[in-house]
Ligand binder design. Sequence first.
Ligand code: AMP
Length: 179
Amino acid sequence: MKIILIGIQGSGKSTQGNLLQKVLNVPFLATGQIFREMVKEENETAEYIKKIMYAGELIPDEKVLEIVSSYLSRPEYKNGYIIDGFPRTVKQAESFKEDIDAVVYLKVSDTEALRRIAARNDQARKDETTEAIKRRIELFHTETEPVIEYYREKERLVEVDGELQIEEINKAIIKKLKV
Ligand code: AMP
């Protein structure tokens, strides 16, 4: 199965992605995680990506598409995957030619998302400054919400209340995916 997880920062995409990969038996891939690994290297691309990430801006579509395609061409993704953090713009969605089974939208209010982000203390996420978080939430509304509508029109959207308990959300997703 090929699944996209979509939701505002703090909506629980990585928590649900990790749970879901065990049920569906396909790997979980998060673009934010790929870029966090890339910025650890010492080269021009790393510096370029780091600046964008720390400002909470989006990496240009062409670059993202190139990286995502190169990852998805690896043999481990041949039988499917769960992807988090992509597509984040309509341009990315339109250019992504894979036949996706479902786009799971974890619906969480800005207030709840901010509460969760404030509560987590993840040292690996050095790019999560207050300014960057504010900008990411803004960009979710302007750039990523239209992606949700794009998949709704394509009848691929599965909407789940992301404010329930972790286990309940997991059950709701599985039920809606009919797996
Ligand atoms: P995330 O952990 O998904 O919030 O991603 C962290 C950062 O990586 C984002 O703020 C962007 O700078 C970058 N990023 C991740 N995925 C994408 C994407 N699909 N398009 C553009 N930028 C992305």
